[in-house]
Design a protein around this ligand. Structure first.
Ligand code: NAD
Length: 436
């Protein structure tokens, strides 16, 4: 008996079908047709699902591109959503501004959003609520802002369609860009998250801003970490910033160069603010003052770093209210962007300022202040400063910000930590979150 092999199905003349008339082959033909119908149905069903899940301007939206690993499926859009966006961004004071605040559920973003809202500016927040640190703290900040009338759109700054939609709904006069992957040491664990938020996200935001009509003025958070291995103190804006000590610092430095480019080519008004170790109520759990407080209260030992030859590690700790005043002053003095239709029409403002406290405090003194405020002795574990991104010393020269923004920090570390500890104890009462 002849073996039926797969070779029997190959047409004898390439490019042509061999007509087969046997009943056996007719049966096979019917079964192929059934298979074809089945797979066509599956294919059409997949197309149908794809189109109903794709963003459009009038239906609730969801992102569904798996190649964009960090983008999650946030839903947005629709008449009710647009109404919330408009209402949150509505200006309620004479000469007020409408500000898109990215990173609004973050530490600085929450304080800046609340302060803008209090004085009658329109504020719309945007945040992806990532889990770099406890997202429930971000949700609590969101609830706080919600009560103040600030809506936070849950989205990623890399979502171009969403950003364009926001600019369609609101003609933002300003963007306060605070969304970023923060933290110096985490950059060794998850480097791509820094590229995603601090570089790709910044470029995406600037792309949308440059095409917006009118273009907004942008104030954004750089960092004191750009001074890196610079040893000349206090750090002045004119000092070299080409020796970053961490990937985080390198992405912030890259951000400053990217800002220069968008200012130069498209006429975007851009102000970068180099914050120096910001602390205060609603702060960030990954920062030393915050986790020292937690660990001292739990009776756990805390690691305090010292440099070579018992050198002091010190930080120019800056209280959040001082930073907020600096941010608002930067927004208030920002000139308009000059471009339109994606084209530059004239030179635009480009600025960089240090926002620090100008009085560095050794980290061991920070611990002593916390011990007094918490009435608990810390178990100190002194370690050599590892080479993982932290620098020995930061100290801001703030004369430019003083002169041009009227920036003048007023809170010393003792007074600021007192407010932080009061908040901390209330928020985490009895070892669990107390709500807000
Ligand atoms: N706190 C400081 O001491 C300090 C010092 C120097 C610079 N900075 C900079 O200031 C800004 C605010 O810092 P913070 O202390 O409030 O940090 P934070 O982490 O509390 O706030 C940043 C917020 O941005 C959000 N975010 C991150 N990536 C995002 C993305 N791709 N899309 C949308 N949202 C995203 C996060 O969810 C977070 O809520 C950051 O740019 C930070 O790098 C802070």
């Amino acid at each position: 008996m002849k073996q039926i092999s797969h070779l029997d199905n190959i047409p004898s003349t390439p490019g042509k079908f061999k007509m087969d008339k046997s009943p056996y082959n007719r049966l096979r033909w019917h079964s192929s047709l059934a298979k074809l119908t089945f797979w066509s149905f599956i294919f059409l069903a997949l197309i149908f699902i794809f189109f109903f899940r794709s963003p459009s301007s009038s239906t609730p939206q969801a992102l569904s591109d798996p190649s964009r690993r960090y983008l999650q499926n946030y839903s947005w859009g629709g008449a009710a959503w647009e109404k919330r966006v408009r209402s949150s961004a509505r200006i309620r004071s004479r000469n007020g501004m409408s500000v898109l605040v990215t990173g609004a559920a973050g530490f600085v973003g929450t304080h800046v959003s609340a302060a803008l809202k209090r004085r009658g500016d329109g504020v719309l927040g945007l945040d992806n609520f990532n889990d770099y640190y406890d997202p429930s703290l971000k949700r609590a900040r969101q609830a706080l802002l919600e009560r103040a009338g600030v809506f936070i759109v849950e989205a990623d700054i890399n979502d171009e369609a969403l950003l364009k939609k926001l600019f369609e709904v609101v003609a933002f006069t300003h963007v306060m860009h605070l969304a970023a992957q923060a933290g110096v040491r985490y950059a060794m664990e998850n480097p791509s998250s820094y590229v995603h938020s601090n570089i790709a996200g910044l470029v995406n935001l600037l792309e949308v801003c440059k095409s917006a009509n009118p273009q907004p003025a942008i104030v954004w958070a750089s960092s004191s970490s750009v001074y890196g291995l610079n040893t000349k103190v206090p750090f002045s804006e004119k000092d070299r910033t080409d020796q970053p000590a961490s990937l985080y610092a390198a992405t912030k430095k890259a951000g400053e160069e990217i800002a220069h480019t968008y200012n130069h080519i498209y006429g975007l008004s851009l102000t970068g603010l180099r914050f120096f170790t910001v602390y205060g109520p609603w702060g960030r759990p990954d920062m030393a003052y915050f986790f020292f407080t937690r660990d001292i209260l739990k009776g756990k030992s805390i690691s305090i770093f010292e440099a070579a030859n018992h050198g002091t590690v010190a930080r120019d700790f800056t209280y959040i209210d001082d930073i907020v005043r600096g941010c608002l002053a930067a927004l208030d003095t920002a000139e308009k962007s000059t471009g339109s239709g994606g084209k530059k029409k004239g030179p635009a403002q480009l600025r960089v300022y240090n926002l620090g406290n100008t009085s560095p405090v050794p980290v061991s003194d920070l611990v002593s202040i916390l011990e007094r405020l918490l009435k608990v002795k810390a178990k100190r574990n002194i370690l050599r400063l590892p080479r993982n991104g932290d620098v020995q010393y930061t100290h801001a020269n703030i004369s430019s910000a003083q002169r041009e923004l009227g920036y003048k920090p007023t809170t010393d570390l003792q007074a600021g930590l007192k407010k932080f500890v009061r908040w901390y104890l209330r928020f985490y009462a009895d070892g669990k979150k107390s709500g807000v």
